[in-house]
Design a protein. Structure first.
Ligand SMILES: [Zn+2]
Ligand SMILES: [Zn+2]
Ligand SMILES: [Zn+2]
Length: 349
C-alpha cells in the first residue's frame, strides 16, 4: 500500500485540500488500481473535482456497492500514477517528477482532462526535448493533441534531421508509423520552401531598397549637389564632405557624368545610359512635386504619361509601388533621431 493515503491524512489538515465539511476529510472510498498491482486509496470527491473524466466514472450508479469502488489506471508506471494522484490532490508536482514522468503525465492529463497538469507537462517536455527523445515526444504530442509541443518537436526534428535519422525512435517510426514519417517529411519540405520564399523576398526587398536609395541620391544631387555633380546653377566643387549615402551617391554621380557625355546614348544601345534613363523615369513616377522638382526630365516624363493617357504597364507600376513601399519602410526603420532630422529637413539625406 502506498503512502499517498497517509500523505492525504496530513493534507486533510491543510486548508487547500479539504473537500469535506468542517475541515474533516471524507472516507477513502475509491481505490486506484495500477499496472504493477499497486493500489492507491483515494477520495471520490477529490478525484471528481479535479478530473471530470474520473468524476463521470465515479458517479456511475452501482447497485450493490459493498466494497470500495476500483478505478483502473493501467499502462503507465505505478509511480507515474502516484504523481498523478498527488497532483489531483495538491495541484503540484516537482520539476524532477515532471522530468521523470513527463511523458506519462501528459498522457494521463490528456485522458483524464486535467488542463493545468497538461500545461505543465507540455512546457517541461518542450524544455527537455533532445535528439534522442524528439520522435517519441512528437508522437505523443500528436496523440494528446498538444499543438505547441508538436510544433516544437517538428522544428527540432527538421533542424537536426541528419542526427535524428540515426536514432532508434526514428527507425521504429519508419517501420511502424509511415503516416507520421510522411507528415514529418512534408513539414520539412514546407519549411524548406518557406525559407526559400523568405530568402527570395529579402533579396527583392534589398533591390528595392537600393533603388529607393538611388532615388534619394538623385534628388539630393539635383537639388543641393554632391562632391562632383550638382545642379546646373551650382558649382559642385564647392561642395564639402561626402554625403551619408556616398557609396550609392558616388556611383550615381559617375552614371550622370557618363549620361551627359556619352555618344552612343540610349538609342545607340548604351546600357549605362539606359540605366540612367530608367532611374530618371522611376524618379518621375514617384515624384510628388514635379513643378518644383529639379531632377532632369521629371516633368517631361509626367507629361508623356498624361499624353499617352494609358498609364504605365503593369510591371512598371508594380516596380514603382515596391520602391515607394521600400522607401516608406526604410524611413520608418530609421532611428528616431535621424527620422526627426529628416522630417525637419526632408531634402537632406
Ligand atoms: Zn551625395
Ligand atoms: Zn552611355
Ligand atoms: Zn521630380
Amino acid at each position: 500500500m502506498v503512502s499517498i493515503a497517509a500523505e492525504m491524512k496530513v493534507k486533510a489538515n491543510s486548508p487547500f485540500s479539504c473537500p469535506g465539511e468542517g475541515g474533516e476529510m471524507p472516507e477513502l472510498d475509491v481505490q486506484i488500481i495500477t499496472s504493477g498491482g499497486l493500489r492507491i486509496p483515494a477520495h471520490s470527491s477529490v478525484l471528481a473535482s479535479a478530473s471530470p473524466v474520473l468524476g463521470s466514472m465515479i458517479k456511475r450508479p452501482q447497485k450493490h456497492r459493498i466494497s470500495k469502488q476500483k478505478i483502473p489506471i493501467l499502462g503507465v508506471p505505478p509511480d507515474a500514477v502516484s504523481v498523478f494522484m498527488q497532483f489531483l490532490y495538491s495541484f503540484e508536482c516537482s520539476e524532477k517528477q515532471l522530468e521523470k514522468y513527463g511523458i506519462h503525465l501528459l498522457a494521463l492529463s490528456h485522458v483524464y482532462l486535467v488542463p493545468l497538469l497538461k500545461q505543465r507537462c507540455t512546457r517541461a517536455l518542450s524544455e527537455g526535448l533532445t535528439i534522442e527523445n524528439v520522435v517519441d515526444v512528437l508522437q505523443l504530442a500528436r496523440l494528446c493533441d498538444a499543438p505547441d509541443l508538436y510544433l516544437r518537436c517538428m522544428k527540432l526534428l527538421s533542424n537536426n534531421f541528419k542526427a535524428v535519422e540515426q536514432t532508434e525512435g526514428w527507425k521504429f517510426l519508419q517501420n511502424h508509423d509511415p503516416s507520421v514519417e510522411l507528415q514529418i517529411l512534408q513539414f520539412m519540405d514546407e519549411a524548406e520552401s518557406r525559407k526559400k520564399r523568405i530568402r527570395r523576398h529579402r533579396q527583392e526587398q534589398g533591390l528595392y531598397l537600393q533603388l529607393s536609395e538611388a532615388m534619394d541620391c538623385l534628388e539630393h544631387i539635383c537639388t543641393e549637389g554632391c562632391t562632383s555633380v550638382g545642379p546646373y546653377d551650382m558649382d559642385p566643387s564647392k561642395n564639402m564632405d561626402p554625403c551619408s549615402k556616398f557609396s550609392t551617391c558616388h556611383g550615381l554621380q559617375l552614371l550622370i557624368k557618363h549620361f551627359a557625355a556619352c555618344n552612343k546614348r540610349v538609342n545607340g544601345g548604351c546600357l549605362r545610359c539606359k540605366r540612367m534613363w530608367q532611374l530618371l523615369r522611376l524618379h518621375s513616377s514617384i515624384c510628388d512635386y514635379p513643378d518644383e522638382c529639379r531632377v532632369p526630365l521629371c516633368r517631361q516624363f509626367k507629361l508623356k504619361v498624361q499624353q499617352d493617357g494609358r498609364g504605365a504597364d503593369a510591371r512598371w507600376t508594380l516596380l514603382v509601388r515596391k520602391v515607394v513601399s521600400a522607401k516608406t519602410i526604410s524611413c520608418l526603420t530609421l532611428p528616431k533621431q535621424k527620422r526627426r532630422e529628416n522630417l525637419n529637413n526632408p531634402k537632406s539625406s
